[in-house]
Write a protein that binds this ligand. Structure first.
Ligand code: GCB
Length: 593
């Protein structure tokens, strides 16, 4: 699937704004045909945004089940004879969409795009009604998983991930038009031949049997530097300007579907020319060892929850630059494509993660209060879940495969990984990722409960990604003991001969809480002491090729005795004020810039 674009042959209309909105607590809307007429008694909801915090209403905030979004739109008059498509960049966690009274598409998974060709159902120059029922219930066969429990007080949604289950239409919605003959996909690969860049491209198109493909590569000054033809082929760029961390140089590849001299479809794909490789315990970008600095992050903002927001996008990247971060992980789900686009442009390196988080009942008892389940079993996370998970991997890779910033796929965060069930579940998923993308390394993020010697899934990864909280969840306040234990475990992992990225380490910190004596968890001073301890350990172990602090900013979670108005491990507060640790990290990370 290609992203909607405006080009010489394509046109799009943005459908963001105010939609009609209704909760459907009785689950009656589908059978009652709520899509067939204006939503009665609806309130208004902003798109893109999570609905949870917008309505000042507990019923909406903690709601699970179906919610309805509806709006009308005029199909542009000029689209006569065009193929017309309705495109959602995401709907969390699943959606079914109607145009007028016709169901046009359903999609499972909250963080990847989907679309429907609605040409047959609409006429240019007419108004149509778009209705989407979005369902945010998490269950054993969803990614991420969850369960609805019957309690004396009624049904409750439980899940095992440490961030709030924000839901709704979080990203752009588009109506767009192309010619009936059009490109449907492009895959780019890049390599070097000495100082030259070698770009491979493969296009896919529909209704285009009698047409030819022409491609033109332009540099950032918009000068054509290479041309080719054919549905797939290779371009050589003399003295290529490499895409590199800190230098987000992009070429633009224009794909044209042509009929003689007529351009029937034109699509523009940005291209960053770079290589990624794992070599022993080193992670190489353009053949050079790369050391990741940065964060695990969240899409999480006041009021709009997981709604995409351009000002925060730009501001957050300014903060990454200010602090000297060269990378982040899309913990714990695919972020908006606009984030990945911007990472390309800013030369920020991305570890791209699926929404497979919370596949771990061992963690449930402690932080999330849900006990008594077995993670992998016929009745819980099972083969059907694995199929949904495999599809989530495929959709992530299909969406992000052409982004130079993405250097590594993370297929899950902190699943149970020390049991035979886990090994059986995960092994085929690594194959799914490698089949979908043979060019990038694949890994998953290991949890502290499956330390070296116990983890049975790490063997399948090209890199080791570890989340560890020595000095926080264990050895709390005792950084001396933490340092010894951490170094011992990390040394054992280093023996695996793979690169190790510490994808999480962090300490909850209440902004404004201070201590003159050391060892005071929750204080701003302790966050620094904790980070310093970790860095001493990392700096002694060669195989460590990256440090990503948990978290970039404070974020919202479910309530619980471990969380004070959310997770406070941010180096910045939720409204992006620096805690003292931000200045400390800046002095460490900018030293190398
Ligand atoms: C983890 C999880 C992350 C949590 C974090 C914490 O290991 O991956 O989602 O938020 O720990 O703060 O407990």
């Amino acid at each position: 699937m290609l992203r909607p674009q405006d080009t010489s042959t394509r046109e799009r209309k943005n459908l963001n704004g105010l939609w009609q909105f209704a909760l459907d607590p009785e689950g009656e809307g589908r059978a009652a045909g709520w899509f067939a007429a204006p939503l009665l008694g609806a309130r208004v909801m902003a798109v893109p945004a999570s609905f949870n915090d917008i309505a000042a209403d507990a019923a909406a905030r903690d709601y699970f089940g179906d919610v309805w979004y509806q709006r009308t739109v005029w199909v542009p008059r000029g689209w006569e004879g065009q193929r017309i498509v309705l495109h959602f960049e995401s709907a969390t966690h699943r959606a079914t969409v109607w145009v007028n009274e016709t169901e046009v598409v359903s999609h499972e998974g909250g963080y990847t795009p989907f679309e429907a060709d609605i040409t047959r159902h609409v006429s240019p120059g007419q108004q149509i009604r778009i209705t989407a029922v979005i369902n945010n219930t998490l269950h054993w066969q969803s990614i991420p998983p969850g369960v609805i429990e019957d309690t004396p007080a009624g049904k409750r949604q439980r899940y095992w991930h440490d961030f709030f289950n924000y839901a709704g239409i979080h990203r752009n919605v588009w109506l767009y038009a192309t010619n009936p003959a059009h490109f449907t996909d492009v895959t780019i690969t890049t390599d070097f031949d000495g100082a030259n860049g070698v770009i491979g491209y493969t296009t896919e198109a529909e209704d285009a049997d009698s047409l030819q493909v022409r491609v033109i590569l332009r540099n950032a000054e918009e000068v054509a530097v290479a041309r080719s033809g054919g549905a797939s082929g290779t371009l050589t760029v003399l003295n290529v300007h490499r895409w590199a961390p800190g230098d987000g140089y992009l070429y633009d590849l224009e794909l044209q579907l042509i009929d003689g001299d007529t351009v029937v479809d034109s699509y523009q794909q940005s291209v960053g020319v770079r290589t990624v490789q794992v070599d022993g315990n080193r992670f190489l970008i353009n053949g050079e060892p790369f050391y990741f600095t940065g964060f695990g992050r969240h899409e999480d903002l006041p009021v709009i929850g997981k709604g995409h927001n351009d000002p925060y996008l730009v501001h957050d990247f300014e903060l990454l630059n200010w602090i000297g971060a060269n990378s982040f992980r899309t913990s714990h789900y695919p972020y908006s494509e606009e984030v990945i686009d911007y990472a390309d442009r800013r030369g920020i390196v991305v570890i791209d993660e699926t929404a497979a988080v919370g596949l771990n009942m061992g963690l449930g008892g402690g932080i999330f209060g849900a006990q008594g389940y077995q993670t992998f079993s016929a009745d819980t996370i099972n083969d059907a879940t694995r199929q949904v998970h495999a599809q989530a991997i495929r959709e992530l890779i299909a969406r992000d495969k052409n982004h130079p910033s993405v250097v590594l796929w993370s297929i899950a965060n902190e699943p149970e990984s020390d049991t035979a069930g886990a090994e059986n579940y995960f092994q085929p998923l690594f194959d799914v990722a490698r089949q979908a993308d043979p060019t990038r390394p694949v890994g998953f993020v290991n949890v502290m409960l499956a330390p070296h010697g116990k983890c049975r899934v790490s063997q399948f990864g090209d890199v080791l990604m570890l989340n560890r909280y020595y000095g926080w969840y264990v050895n709390t306040g005792d950084l001396e003991a933490a340092e010894l234990a951490w170094e011992q475990e990390l040394t054992a992992w280093a023996g695996e001969g793979k690169p190790i990225i510490i994808t999480e380490y962090g300490a909850d910190t209440y902004p404004g809480l201070h201590s003159v004596v050391g060892g005071a968890p929750w204080s701003e001073e302790y966050q620094i002491e904790y980070l310093e301890m970790n860095h001493r350990v990392f700096d002694r172990i060669d195989a460590v090729v990256g440090e990503q602090v948990w978290n970039f900013a404070d974020f919202t979670t479910t309530s619980g005795i471990m969380r004070v108005g959310g997770n406070k491990k941010g180096v910045f507060t939720r409204d992006r004020q620096p805690k003292a640790a931000a200045h400390y990290l800046r002095s460490r990370w900018r030293k190398n810039l």
